[in-house]
Design a protein around this ligand. Sequence first.
Ligand code: PLP
Length: 384
Amino acid sequence: MIYLDYAATTPLDPRVLQAMLPYLEGEFGNPSSVHRYGQRAEAAMEGARESVAQSLGCRSNEIVFTSCGSESDNLALRGGVQGMRAASGRDRLLTTRAEHHAVSRTAADLAAHGGFRVGWLPVDGYGRVTSAALETALDEDTALVSLMYANNEIGTRNPLQETAKTCQAHGALFHTDAVQAAAYLPVDVSLVGADLVSLGGHKFYGPKGVGVLYVRAGVALRPQTTGGGQEGGLRAGTSNVAYVVGFATALRLLVEEREERVAHVLPLRDRVIGRVLEEVPASRLTGHPVERLPNHASFVFEGVDGNLLLQLLDDAGFACSSGSACKTGNPEPSEVLEAIGLPREWALGSLRVTLGAGTTAEHVDSFLAALPDLVAKARSMFRR
Ligand SMILES: *Cc1c(COP(=O)(O)O)cnc(C)c1O
């Protein structure tokens, strides 16, 4: 079986596991306890926080540990708009339908049940928001703008610094979901420029079930989990010490090894994109051809059921994704592919191939040798 779905999740780096093990075995203390068991756990938490802050180029009191990327997105959006409404009465949130569901469904929920207004910004054919569209939409009621750093489904990388400046000029908070981007793009917060940045450990060889929200000093969020005073009062609950240590280790290794990781996947990705477009009839690349994640190739094939194609690929020994959460028996095109304007006949046939540390040229070549026939087979079985 060949794994080509690193955008969904990555295996745990053995070096990360080694760093975590002491806190899954003997070191079981609660960091909030006064005694020495607690002190040692507290030291591990603060060491990890310091390490994450160093990796992101910020201060350690700007790091909030959460349970996942989705929770970070929820805390940023819900906490951000509630904090802004309390401080200034602003009640409007701007985002797009090309975001991960952790952002788009949270925005929809805030509109349906939170008493906030949501403006859905239009995106171009690559899933990007133009600066003109953002300028037009921003007003003095806008509390927060949320635009992702790189798109998990179509790989497009968004320029953020301009957006950050525009939001700042209008007094709105700017949040970016960097969960998918972090594995390959710079995460230094001064480069990213956002007030709030979401990260998740399992997309860069860390453990599942741990995330971070960077909260720029001075940004007033409302906590979404109340109780003990953990995480600066922003997220109650006994700290998950082992996973936090794992997150910090995975992020440190990522920053140290980023260039090598990019250099490993980029030529393989270009081979996948070039040969699929050449050898599979009626195929198109989705997302930006140049400004895209270096490990990410995503396509649509006309007149193909993407889920059927995934099953055929799985039978042939390849683990890929359609890029969206849509399941077999629910042939709805993804909201992201609809947002970028793809017709249904194309959008139903999506395929995402994402590479990583374990991917070799042989893996890619055997995938490329198998794909054209499998697409042809899926196409012959397509029912309109
Ligand atoms: C994976 C992902 C998430 C969700 O992160 P979890 O840690 O799985 O909750 C959010 N946004 C993007 C862009 C992602 O790729």
